[in-house]
Ligand binder design. Structure first.
Ligand SMILES: Nc1ncnc2c1ncn2[C@@H]1O[C@H](COP(=O)(O)OP(=O)(O)O)[C@@H](O)[C@H]1O
Ligand SMILES: [Mg+2]
Length: 286
């Protein structure tokens, strides 16, 4: 679980207009992990993702994949992008074909795979996002949530080792968010490394193994969500902490400590379970 798949070493990047979007960022992404990238608008999350799949080159510093420096030749980039799939925030920046199946086929076809393999991969990817029934629909007739799932299928059809999702929950209703979380859980169980940029602190707390916080292009914090969200400077930067962490902390001030060394509730469901265990323990003591 600890081997980094991608490492950034002192990466800095400026856009052509002079905006410093990343400054001296060093970071290791662990194979098989679920990593969340947090930070206010403009903190550098998207710029970081564009570096991770080689769409942007660092002005200073370097990136490594499996300990080897990124190869920015045409063949090197093609190979990198087949391993590191990026789902853009806005589905309309990613979708360009008339129909769903055609769009999802584009990536694996571009990889030069045989037609039968492409067909199978497209079926599997559409099934993973529960869109097989819409395979022949025109993309422009789909809802926003469906379009997002087509984008994810398009990346999955390339069978990447890493999946980068830029604010995937933005614009989705609660049930679609739950559906997407279920898809991500399945992909993670199947061994995929998943990295998500998001503003949703509660989601990160319950889902991620690692949290990374960017502040004006610099890395402010990185580590387990409990560690990261426990820091006062992170709470200040993100404008708060996850709801469950706040409740657990407030209860501990009232003498109800639900946290112990092995178990820290990180979702509402865990919190309720810990509360009921706590009250059962209290009853036994009386
Ligand atoms: N194409 C661009 N040209 C110039 N500046 C940009 C461009 N894209 C982003 N920026 C700037 O780079 C910084 C980081 O942006 P971005 O990576 O999009 O942050 P985030 O995804 O965290 O909102 C911001 O100051 C943003 O305004
Ligand atoms: Mg962004």
């Amino acid at each position: 679980m600890t081997k980094p798949v991608i490492e950034l070493k002192n990466v800095s990047y400026r856009y052509p207009d002079g905006t410093a979007a990343l400054t001296d960022c060093s970071l290791a992404l662990v194979r098989g992990s679920r990593t969340a990238v947090l930070g206010s608008n403009g903190a550098g999350k998207t710029t970081l993702f564009l570096h991770l799949n080689g769409l942007l080159h660092p002005a200073q510093g370097k990136l490594l994949f499996d300990s080897a420096p990124f190869d920015y030749s045409r063949a090197g980039l093609r190979s990198l992008r087949s391993k590191v799939g990026l789902v853009f925030q806005n589905p309309d920046s990613q979708l360009f074909s008339a129909c769903v199946r055609e769009d999802v086929s584009f990536g694996p076809m571009n990889m030069g795979l045989a037609e039968t393999i492409v067909r199978q991969r497209v079926e599997d990817a559409l099934e993973a996002v529960d869109l097989l029934d819409s395979a022949d629909k025109p993309v422009h007739n789909l809802s926003y949530g469906q379009k997002k799932r087509v984008c994810i299928a398009g990346v999955l059809a390339m069978q990447p080792e890493l999946l980068l999702l830029d604010e995937p929950m933005a614009g989705l209703d609660t049930s679609m968010q739950e559906h997407l979380t279920g898809i991500l859980d399945e992909l993670h169980s199947a061994g995929m490394t998943i990295i998500i940029a998001t503003h949703d602190l509660d989601f990160v707390y319950s889902w991620a193994d690692e949290a990374v916080v960017l502040q004006q292009g610099r890395l402010l914090a990185g580590g387990s969500p409990t560690e990261v969200f426990g820091r006062a400077d992170v709470q200040h930067e993100l404008g708060g902490e996850p709801f469950v962490a706040e409740i657990a902390r407030s209860l501990s001030l009232l003498g109800i400590d639900l946290r112990d060394k092995e178990y820290i509730p990180r979702s509402t469901r865990d919190l309720l379970k810990a509360l009921s265990m706590h009250s059962t323990k209290q009853e036994k003591c009386i």
